[in-house]
Design a protein around this ligand. Structure first.
Ligand code: BTN
Length: 325
């Protein structure tokens, strides 16, 4: 879309860019460029235009669009990043695209979800204009068992993106929650599909929901005590476009480095983890048990010890965990 391309160029350049250069770069007429600038101003972007110099982007709202995200990513990468105003669930949308042959690394990002899904059949609060709801497609040529650690790798990748953009790294609550000031700012839902003939992985969809700019009071009562946003924890808003792009870049790096960089991701995970050493409640299908979390094992499973001295390595699929304070 011309508007997104013009915005991406202006945001990338930060200086005056002539209408002629923009029109040549994206292959449209000067009139189309001027129309796009008009539309962007209507969306709340402040764009100065000076004769013989062109256009310069002065400021803009915190919109999550292909244009705003594209300002932070190479143009070619945006070819497989679909940005939507609203969708029921980005995981569901990406699943459809994967059936149609979407490539490894395909991304779907939405500004709002009407049916955001969490782990264990829960819903994920996904209001418009405040968060990032992203799904990332992987098509590794591997057996399902090899992919169990991907949720943990993703937690590291997203934490790195957050640190890059906000200056502060979140902590990780095993296995897939990112926290700031003890409140949940991000959840990850990984969904796997397997080829029935070969038993090999067909595709993996990693869904990531981030609470970015909500005020603390905005969260629904049932998650008020558990959830927070990056802005509420840091005391200032965070650019969703910059964060969304940084997440794509870090996930691209993870895709390129998986599984060879296991030691690096494991070390980073252990550094950010706040679970090991805590008293926890292990919530399994057959009930809840208290335990002491001992350490993160080499395969990213969590080693726990029960009051009777029995030890167990928990892997992500089986349980959910509450840290007792
Ligand atoms: C959890 O904490 O339970 C996991 C939440 C995962 C939410 C994300 S938002 C983007 C993607 N689409 C969904 O429907 N869910 C995931």
């Amino acid at each position: 879309m011309t508007k997104d391309q013009v915005l991406a160029i202006l945001a990338r350049e930060k200086e005056f860019v002539s209408g002629e250069r923009i029109s040549e770069q994206i292959g449209v007429t000067r009139a189309a460029v001027s129309g796009a600038v008009k539309a962007l101003r209507k969306d709340g972007y402040e764009i100065t235009s000076v004769t013989n110099r062109g256009y310069r982007l002065e400021s803009g709202p915190d919109h999550l669009t292909a244009g705003s995200i594209g300002a932070f990513l190479p143009e070619a990468r945006m070819g497989s990043v679909l940005v939507m105003e609203q969708v029921d669930s980005t995981n569901k949308k990406l699943r459809e695209l994967s059936y149609e042959g979407a490539p490894d690394g395909q991304v779907v990002i939405a500004d709002a979800q009407t049916g955001g899904r969490g782990r264990r059949g829960r819903s994920f609060y996904s209001p418009e204009g405040k968060g990032i709801y992203m799904s990332y497609l992987l098509r590794p040529d591997t057996a399902p068992a090899e992919t169990v650690s991907l949720t943990a790798w993703t937690a590291v990748a997203v934490a790195r993106a957050m640190e890059k953009v906000s200056g502060r790294a979140p902590s990780i609550k095993w296995v897939n929650d990112l926290l700031l000031n003890g409140g949940k700012i991000c959840g990850i839902l990984t969904e796997l599909s397997v080829e029935s003939e070969t038993g090999m992985v067909d595709s993996i969809i990693i869904g990531i929901g981030v609470n970015v700019n909500q005020e603390q009071e905005e969260f629904p009562e049932e998650i008020q005590e558990i959830a927070t946003s990056m802005a509420a924890a840091l005391g200032h808003p965070v650019s969703r476009a910059a964060l969304g792009a940084a997440m794509v870049a870090e996930l691209d790096r993870m895709r390129a480095e998986w599984p060879a960089a296991r030691a690096d991701y494991l070390e980073a995970y252990r550094q950010l983890d706040i679970t090991a050493g805590s008293d926890v409640m292990v919530l399994a299908a057959d009930g809840a048990r208290s335990a002491k979390a001992l350490c993160i094992n080499e395969d990213f499973s969590l080693e726990v010890e029960y009051p009777d001295g029995r030890k167990e390595a928990l892997s992500s699929g089986e349980v959910s965990l509450r840290i007792c304070r």
